[in-house]
Design a binder for this molecule. Structure first.
Ligand code: MLT
Length: 409
C-alpha cells in the first residue's frame, strides 16, 4: 500500500462548512418539522442576472454549431474576458493590469488553495486570524506546519490576531514571514482595509522580500468611496502582491465557478541560487500543467457582467444582499448584541453573549432560533467568542432570523 500524505492528518477532522452541514443535518433529522433559516456558508440565493442567463443561452447555442463550437480554450482564459477584466475591474480605478497578468480559473477557493504551490515548503506563512480556513488548510497539507494545538493553532503558522480590541486590523508580524494572506473586505469579520492599512503591508513585504496573497473576493461590497478595491491601487504593490478575485459573490456564480488571479510581471520569488524568478511565469506554468481552463460558456457568462445591463443587474444583487446585512446588523444590535461588519461586506460578525463559546452559541442559535450561522472559532483561534451570519438569503429570512434570535435565545 502507498504511504499517504501525513500532513492531511494534521487537519481538523472535517472542513468547517462540512462540519456545519453535518450538525445541521443531525438537527433536522431529529427535528423534521422545523423550518431552518440558513445564514451559514456565504452562498448566494438570488438567481443569475438576466444578462448572464442570456449569455449562457447564446454560448450554449454556439456550442451546438460546428462553426462556433469550442473545444479546449486558452489555459489562462479567453482574451475577451481578460480584456473585460483589465478594462472594467482595474483601468476604471486607474490601475494598469496586462492581459498576460490575468489567470482565469474555476473558482476563488481553488485559487487561494493552490497559490501556495509555487512557493517553497519552508516558506513562513502568516494568516489573519480569524480568516477563510482554506489559506491555513492548504498550507497544512503542503507540509508547512505541524499539528494544531488545543486552541487550533498550527505549529509553524504565524497568526495575526484580529479582534475587537485591535478593530480587527492585525499588527504587522513581529518576525520575518515570506507569505502573507490578507483578505479585504474581510471574511469573516467584515473589516475593511484603508489605503494606509495596505501601504503598511506593502512596505513590510518590500522590507522582508515577502509576497502578499491578497483575496479581494468581496471587493464589490465596498460602499465607502475612499476605500481601495484592489491592492494595486497602492504604489509598490505590483512587486509584492498577487490578487485573487471571484465572480461568486458579486454576480452569483457560486454554482457556476469562475474567478481569476492577477500575478504582475514584476512579482518575483527566489531560487536556491538566490536568483530572482518571475512568479507570473511560475503561475503560468502551474496553470498550464494542471488545468485546461474554465468552460467557454461560463466565461461568456462572466463577460456579460461587464455589459451596461450586466453591471446594473450585478449592482442590484449586491444592494439586495447589503440590505440584508443592514437588517441583520441593525436588528441584532437593537436586540443588545455586539455586532461588527455588515457595512462594506456581506458578513455580520457577532460577539457571543455571556462569554459563550462559538460552538455553544452555534448550537443554541440552531436549536432555539432554528438559524444556522458559523462559529467564529472555525475561522481561527481568535474567532473564539464570535459568531458569523451571512447576508446571503432572502429579505424575509434576514428579518425572521433577527426576530428569532432576538426573542428565542
Ligand atoms: C464562506 O461562507 O466563508 C464562503 O462562502 C465559503 C467559500 O467561499 O468557499
Amino acid at each position: 500500500m502507498p504511504r499517504i500524505n501525513e500532513h492531511y492528518r494534521h487537519l481538523k477532522a472535517s472542513y468547517l462548512f462540512a462540519e456545519i452541514r453535518r450538525r445541521t443535518k443531525a438537527f433536522t433529522d431529529a427535528n423534521p418539522g422545523v423550518a431552518l433559516i440558513n445564514l451559514g456558508i456565504g452562498d448566494v440565493t438570488e438567481p443569475l442576472p438576466a444578462a448572464v442567463v442570456k449569455a449562457l443561452h447564446d454560448a450554449a447555442d454556439e456550442m451546438a454549431q460546428a462553426k462556433t463550437f469550442k473545444g479546449y480554450g486558452p489555459y489562462v482564459g479567453y482574451e475577451f474576458l481578460l480584456a473585460d477584466i483589465a478594462g472594467h475591474d482595474f483601468a476604471t480605478r486607474g490601475v494598469r493590469v496586462g492581459l498576460d497578468e490575468i489567470f482565469v480559473s474555476d473558482g476563488g477557493k481553488s485559487d487561494s488553495a493552490n497559490l501556495q504551490e509555487i512557493f517553497a515548503t519552508d516558506c513562513v506563512v502568516a494568516v489573519m486570524d480569524p480568516v477563510y480556513p482554506v489559506y491555513a488548510d492548504s498550507n497544512v497539507v503542503a507540509g508547512r506546519t505541524g499539528p494544531a494545538d488545543d486552541s487550533g493553532r498550527y505549529a509553524g503558522l504565524v497568526y495575526l490576531p484580529c479582534t475587537a480590541e485591535n478593530d480587527f486590523q492585525p499588527a504587522l508580524p513581529d518576525r520575518h514571514v515570506d507569505l502573507i494572506y490578507l483578505c479585504y473586505p474581510n471574511n469573516p469579520t467584515g473589516a475593511i482595509a484603508t489605503r494606509e492599512t495596505l501601504a503598511r503591508w506593502i512596505a513590510y513585504a518590500h522590507e522582508h522580500d515577502a509576497t502578499i496573497l491578497y483575496d479581494a473576493a468581496y471587493e464589490a461590497y465596498i460602499t465607502d468611496p475612499a476605500l481601495p478595491h484592489s491592492i494595486y491601487e497602492l504604489d509598490g504593490a505590483r512587486e509584492v502582491a498577487i490578487e485573487c478575485r471571484s465572480f461568486s459573490k458579486n454576480a452569483g456564480f457560486t454554482g457556476m465557478r469562475l474567478a481569476y488571479v492577477v500575478v504582475p510581471t514584476e512579482a518575483c520569488g527566489r531560487n536556491t541560487a538566490g536568483e530572482r524568478v518571475s512568479l507570473n511565469a511560475l503561475w503560468q506554468r502551474r496553470v498550464s500543467t494542471k488545468s485546461n481552463g474554465a468552460p467557454y460558456v461560463i466565461q461568456k457568462a462572466a463577460a456579460a457582467t461587464y455589459t451596461p445591463d450586466g453591471k446594473k443587474q450585478v449592482r442590484v444583487l449586491i444592494d439586495f444582499y447589503m440590505e440584508n446585512a443592514r437588517t441583520i446588523a441593525d436588528g441584532l444590535a437593537a436586540a443588545g448584541l455586539t455586532v461588527y461588519g455588515g457595512r462594506n461586506a456581506p458578513y455580520v460578525w457577532i460577539r457571543t453573549p455571556n462569554g459563550a463559546s462559538s460552538w455553544d452559541f452555534f448550537d443554541t442559535v440552531l436549536s432555539r432560533a432554528h438559524v444556522v450561522g458559523v462559529p467564529g472559532s472555525g475561522f481561527g483561534p481568535s474567532g473564539e467568542g464570535y459568531f458569523r451570519l451571512s447576508a446571503f438569503g432572502s429579505h424575509e429570512h434576514a428579518r425572521d432570523a433577527v426576530e428569532r434570535i432576538s426573542t428565542r435565545l
